[in-house]
Design a protein around this ligand. Sequence first.
Ligand SMILES: Nc1ncnc2c1ncn2[C@@H]1O[C@H](COP(=O)(O)OP(=O)(O)OP(=O)(O)O)[C@@H](O)[C@H]1O
Ligand SMILES: [Mg+2]
Length: 450
Amino acid sequence: MKPAILTVDDEPSVLESFCVALEDDYRIIPASDGKAGLEALEANNIDLVLLDIMMPKMDGIETLRRMKKADPDVDVIMVTVKKDVESVVTCMKLGARDYISKPFQIEELIHTIERELEAGTLRKENRFLRSEIRGRSREGHIVSRSNCMQHISDTIAKVAPQDSTVLITGETGTGKELVALEIYRRSHRNTRPLCIVNCAAIPSELIESELFGHERGAFTSAYRKAIGKFEMADGGTILLDEITALPIEAQSRLLRVLQEHTIQRVGGRKAIPVDVRVIAIANSALKTAVSQSRFREDLYYRLNVLPIEVPPLRERKEDIPLLVNHFLDRFNKKTGKHIEALSPEALKCFVAYDWPGNVRELENLLERLVVLAEHKLISQESLPVDILSEEAFRSLGPLKEAVHEFEQRYIGAVLEKARGNRSMTADLLGIHRSTLTLKIQQLGLREPNP
Ligand SMILES: Nc1ncnc2c1ncn2[C@@H]1O[C@H](COP(=O)(O)OP(=O)(O)OP(=O)(O)O)[C@@H](O)[C@H]1O
Ligand SMILES: [Mg+2]
């Protein structure tokens, strides 16, 4: 899409010469006076304005003032006759970016325009960078060895270089965001912005404005124009997380972006071209939402061009030992500890467990175990009960044996303390002396020498 330049000049010959010089590389929108210029700015998505200073009726200075009021971000280059230094200074103070003198040299004109357009793009990206972090700097790579994850890696490699929309689905904590970031990193857009929007985290009445921007006065608190994430991510990628939460009106706007590659700001009429790759993430609730008409079916199919379903951890248990090592490494670094491994029995429990919270649950548990660990090996005993496998439970033995073991240790210790005095021991234990005698026989306790 060629950048759009609005040219405002009262002399038809000047407008004509702008057209001839620029129309190969730019979309030229001519206006013959200030008023027409303001209307054209309102109705089109303009990248740059060339504005004559000397015009009858509304002059360039007044037109500039009004343009800046309507759209503070508009970039304007003034066109002036030589020696009108004073007016030029006034315009620069009002926010004009630069000026060119009439009669102009075509090379100089093109050079000034190119420089200004590039600076405009940088300003847009800077605004974006101030509000977002770039995906490239996020840590984390996919750790896996299972066939199904290998298959996903192959798909990522095929899908990443394309510009098509990707829909990533899967249970909570399976690594959907990680897959999305990997696609971004391997795409040719990886030096361009990545905008991450969690649709479930933004109040539904704000989400349209957040994504698509709004015009001044679009709603009560819209005191000035704001550009949305789609415009900020122009040329890059947008990651729409938890897309099921997108309200139905925003769904229509999104459908339009995918079909026509244009957006409309809230309260605006103009169709603004955007070049953004969409990666959407959803959990299994998306299909239900479609069947209950809470999510547009046409949008679902539009998003689902390249589907990737990340399998739950219980369907790829081969990955568990690898993930355990990966996270032990990470949390050792984080805590400065040197935990070597899970004991073989503990690892067995990890593999047997179903992990309803998937990789995130495993990650969180390992962090806790590393923080609490006192030995180089994390043993089965330190695992929470719901992780313990049935087998591990059984290996704990029947209650009778456990009680036997406990009584042996406990009564032995009290006897020891009482230096073998049976009456004192029975008193301390709160049992009858004859019961103690029986216990000593049954448990095979040896009495300490008094
Ligand atoms: N294969 C993997 N290798 C390494 N780390 C992983 C892997 N899968 C997931 N993780 C880690 O597990 C955590 C959860 O992953 P992620 O946030 O990508 O999951 P999600 O599917 O988006 O979860 P949710 O549905 O809760 O949003 C992250 O810290 C991520 O780094
Ligand atoms: Mg996620």
